[in-house]
Design a protein around this ligand. Structure first.
Ligand SMILES: [Zn+2]
Length: 705
C-alpha cells in the first residue's frame, strides 16, 4: 500500500512537472526544446562579440554583423543576409532622423608632465575614447571644471586650447567647453546608468559619447579613481600637461542590419519578430552581446527542430534581426513596410545573461504598455514559471540537472543558480519601445536584466555571464516564439479560460491599488472616488483587450471571448461597488463620480496622429526638440520637472509622454487620454496632457480632428 501511494505520488509529481508549461506546448515538445537549447553555444559566440567595440556605423560593428550573419547561415536560417542603410544626420527613417558614422584610426592620451603615464589607447582599450571624437593633436594643460555643464563652471577659468576635466554629461560639456570656450578636448569620468552600486567600484571606466552633430572636440574616459587623483593634484597647484592624439572622423556612413528567417507554412499568416541590439561598447557582454547570442541560440534550436521535422512547421514565419539599438529597427521597418505590416508579435532581448550574484541583476519578463494590451506576456510568463520552478527544484536537490536546465553538460561551466526572475509592467529603454508604440503596434515580450552594476563599463565582460542563464533564456525565447508562430483558433476553447484566469488575477491586483486611491488623503473624497473608479475601468478595458488580442491573433470568431468578458465585468462591478461605498463613507456626493476635468472645454478635442510612423524619442533624436527648438521644448510642462513637481522622477514624465501619444487614436478626447494615462501611472492634471498634445500639434505629429 505504501509503495503504491509513493508510486501514485511520484506519478502525480512528474505529471505536474511535465505539464508546467501547459496549455501551450505538449510535454514532449517542451522536453525537445529544453534538451536542444544550449548555454555553451551562445557563451562561445559571445566570446567573439565582446572583443569588438560595436558602436553603430563603425568598422567593428560591421565585423560583429558579419559574424552573426555567418552563424545565422550555419544554423540554417533562410534568406540570411545583411542590409546597409545610409545615414547622414538628415535622412529620415519613419519619424526618426538618422545619425552619423564614425571612423577611428588611432587615439592615445598621455600625461607627459610631471609624470609620464599612458591614460588611454584606442588600440588596446577603445572604451577610453568617447564615441564621435574628432581628430586632434595637442599638448596642453589640464583644467578642472567640476561638472562642466553650467556656465558657472567656467567663470574665471581660461580653458582656451586646454583639456578640461569634467564629470558632467559629455554632450553638454562639449557644447560649453569646446564650442563656446574654445577648449581642445575633454577628460571625463561621467557616470552613466547609475545604480545603487555606482561609485563603489572607482576603477570602472565608463562608456561615453560626444554629440556627433557638433563639429569638433574629443574626449577620453577615465575611471573615477584616476579622475579624483588628477583633481587632487590640480587642487594642490600641480600643473599637469597632457598629450592627446586622435585620428578620427565623424560623417555620413551606414547602419548594418542582419536578418534571417525560419519560413512558416503559410506566407500570408504574418511574422514573429526576434529583436535585440548588436551595438554598444567593448566588451558589452551583458549589454547586449547576451541578447544577440541568445536570440541566435533560439534561432538555432528552432531551425534544428523544425528543419528535422521534430516540431511541426508553424504557419507564421519566425524572423530574427540584429542591428543598432532602436535606429536599426526604425531603418529596417521604414525600408520594409511590407514586413512591418506583417509583424504579429516581437520578442526583445536586451541583457539576458548576467550571473545575478556578480552583476546584481534580476531577470524581468516585462509586459506591454496599457496602450497595447496583449496575451503575448502571458505566454512568456508560463514558460518563465516552468523554468523557474525547474531551476529551484534542481537547486534544492529535488530534480536532475537535465530537468533543472543547467549548463553543466559535457563539462560546461554554467552555474547551478536558481533563476532569479519576476514579471514587471512595461519599462522603456530599448527597441521594444518602437514595436509597442501605437503606429507600429507589435506587442513585445521584453526580456531583460535590471539592474546591472557593470552596465556601460569596461567590466561588462564575459566573466559576468552565466551559460546556464543563457540556456534558460534561449529556451524561454524559443518556446514563446514557437507558440506565437503556431497558435490557431482551434486552441481558443482551452486558451481563453486560461487567459481569463490571468486577467482576473491582474484585475484583482489593480483592486488593491484602487483601494489605496479611494482612501488617499491627498485627494478630496469626490476626486479619490473618480480616480479609483477610473483605475478599475481602465484595468478592465486592458484585460478585455488582452482577451480580444488572442481572438484577433488566431483569427477566431468575433465575440469568442464573451465568457471571459462577462467574468471580468462581474469582478469589476463587485470592486466598484466596494469603492462606491468607501467613497460615500469619506463623504463623496452624487450618484456617480465626476471627472476632475468635467468643466474644461479644451478636453473635448480629439487628437489624431499624422505623418510618419514611430514614437517621439530615439537614441539620438528627439522629435519635439528637433522640430520645436530648445526654447519651446523647455516650456513643455510635462517634460519640465520644475513645472511639474508632482512628477518627481524624470523617467516617469517620459513614460507619460510615450503613452499619451500612444493613446491618441482619433477617437479618444484629451480628457479620455488623461484618464487612460492616469490609470496606468497615477492621476495627472489634464492641463499637462493638453499642453503636451498642443506641442505635438505644433510639431505636426498630431492634428486636431
Ligand atoms: Zn541594452
Amino acid at each position: 500500500m505504501r509503495s503504491l501511494c509513493l508510486t501514485w505520488f511520484l506519478l502525480t509529481l512528474s505529471t505536474l512537472c511535465a505539464f508546467a508549461q501547459q496549455p501551450f506546448l505538449s510535454s514532449r515538445q517542451w522536453a525537445m526544446l529544453r534538451d536542444e537549447s544550449s548555454g555553451a553555444a551562445p557563451y562561445e559566440n559571445l566570446r567573439y562579440l565582446t572583443g569588438l567595440h560595436r558602436v553603430p556605423a563603425t568598422a567593428d560593428f560591421d565585423l560583429a554583423a558579419q559574424f552573426v550573419l555567418q552563424r545565422a547561415r550555419e544554423y540554417g536560417l533562410a534568406d540570411a543576409h545583411s542590409e546597409q542603410f545610409p545615414i547622414d544626420g538628415n535622412r529620415q527613417y519613419g519619424l526618426m532622423r538618422s545619425y552619423l558614422g564614425w571612423t577611428v584610426e588611432a587615439a592615445r592620451l598621455w600625461e607627459v608632465r610631471p609624470q609620464h603615464l599612458l591614460l588611454g589607447d584606442w588600440n588596446t582599450d577603445p572604451i577610453r575614447l568617447a564615441d564621435y571624437s574628432h581628430s586632434s593633436e595637442v599638448e596642453t594643460a589640464l583644467v578642472d571644471v567640476g561638472n562642466g555643464t553650467s556656465e558657472d563652471d567656467y567663470a574665471s577659468k581660461d580653458v582656451h586650447g586646454k583639456i578640461v576635466l569634467a564629470d558632467g554629461v559629455l554632450a553638454r560639456v562639449q557644447e560649453l567647453a569646446i564650442a563656446k570656450h574654445g577648449a581642445a578636448g575633454i577628460l571625463s569620468d561621467m557616470p552613466n546608468q547609475t545604480t545603487a552600486w555606482s561609485g563603489l567600484d572607482r576603477t570602472l571606466v565608463r562608456w561615453g559619447h560626444l554629440d556627433a552633430r557638433q563639429p569638433s572636440g574629443f574626449a577620453f574616459m577615465v575611471s573615477r579613481e584616476t579622475a579624483e587623483s588628477l583633481r587632487t593634484r590640480l587642487r594642490q597647484g600641480e600643473p599637469i600637461v597632457l598629450n592627446a592624439y586622435v585620428k578620427a572622423s565623424v560623417g555620413p556612413g551606414h547602419w548594418t542590419v542582419v536578418t534571417g528567417t525560419i519560413p512558416g507554412s503559410d506566407p500570408a499568416a504574418g511574422e514573429i519578430m526576434y529583436s535585440c541590439h548588436l551595438d554598444h561598447e567593448r566588451p558589452g557582454a551583458n549589454d547586449n552581446g547576451s541578447g544577440c547570442v541568445t536570440i541566435l541560440e533560439s534561432a538555432r534550436v528552432l531551425a534544428r527542430l523544425i528543419g528535422s521535422g521534430a516540431l511541426p512547421r508553424p504557419k507564421r514565419t519566425l524572423r530574427f534581426v540584429w542591428g543598432p539599438e532602436v535606429e536599426g529597427t526604425m531603418a529596417f521597418l521604414a525600408t520594409h513596410p511590407e514586413i512591418r505590416q506583417s509583424l504579429r508579435a516581437d520578442i526583445h532581448m536586451d541583457m539576458v545573461g548576467g550571473d545575478p550574484f556578480k552583476n546584481k541583476s534580476v531577470f524581468h519578463v516585462t509586459g506591454t504598455p496599457w496602450s497595447l494590451p496583449s496575451f503575448v506576456t502571458d505566454v512568456g510568463v508560463v514558460f518563465l514559471d516552468a523554468i523557474r520552478t525547474a531551476a529551484s527544484d534542481y537547486a534544492e536537490g529535488n530534480a536532475s540537472s537535465a530537468t533543472g536546465i543547467v549548463e553543466t553538460r559535457a563539462g560546461e561551466q554554467g552555474t547551478r543558480n536558481e533563476f532569479i526572475a519576476d514579471v514587471t509592467p512595461y519599462s522603456s529603454g530599448s527597441d521594444h519601445d518602437d514595436y509597442d508604440s501605437s503606429t507600429i503596434a507589435v506587442p513585445s515580450l521584453y526580456l531583460r536584466d535590471w539592474p546591472d552594476i557593470y552596465i556601460h563599463t569596461d567590466h561588462d565582460s564575459l566573466s559576468q555571464i552565466d551559460a546556464t542563464k543563457l540556456r534558460r533564456v534561449a529556451l524561454l525565447g524559443a518556446a514563446s516564439g514557437y507558440v506565437y508562430a503556431s497558435l490557431d483558433k482551434t486552441q481558443l476553447p482551452t486558451l481563453l479560460p486560461f487567459l481569463t484566469a490571468q486577467c482576473q488575477e491582474r484585475l484583482a491586483e489593480v483592486f488593491g491599488s484602487a483601494q489605496k486611491l479611494v482612501d488617499d488623503p491627498q485627494l478630496g473624497p469626490g476626486e479619490a472616488w473618480y480616480e479609483a473608479r477610473n483605475l478599475v475601468n481602465h484595468a478592465l478595458r486592458r484585460e478585455n483587450e488582452a482577451l480580444h488580442s488572442l481572438v484577433e491573433f488566431t483569427g477566431g470568431p468575433a465575440g469568442a471571448e464573451a465568457d471571459g468578458v462577462n467574468t471580468l465585468a462581474a469582478q469589476a462591478t463587485a470592486f466598484s461597488r466596494w469603492l462606491d461605498a468607501q467613497a460615500k463613507t469619506r463623504g463623496a456626493i452624487g450618484t456617480a463620480p465626476v471627472p476632475p476635468w468635467a468643466a474644461d472645454a479644451d478636453v473635448r478635442r480629439i487628437p489624431l496622429r499624422i505623418g510618419e510612423f514611430g514614437p517621439l524619442t530615439y537614441q539620438n533624436d528627439n522629435v519635439l526638440l528637433a522640430r520645436l527648438g530648445k526654447e519651446r521644448y523647455s516650456k513643455i510642462k510635462l517634460l519640465n520637472s520644475e513645472a511639474t513637481p508632482l512628477l518627481s522622477v524624470q523617467d516617469q514624465s517620459e513614460l507619460y509622454a510615450y503613452e499619451i501619444v500612444n493613446f491618441v487614436n482619433g477617437k479618444r478626447t484629451v480628457g479620455e487620454i488623461r484618464d487612460a494615462v492616469s490609470a496606468e501611472y497615477g492621476p495627472l492634471p489634464v492641463s499637462l496632457v493638453a499642453d503636451y498634445l498642443n506641442a505635438c500639434a505644433e510639431a505636426k505629429v498630431i492634428q486636431w480632428k
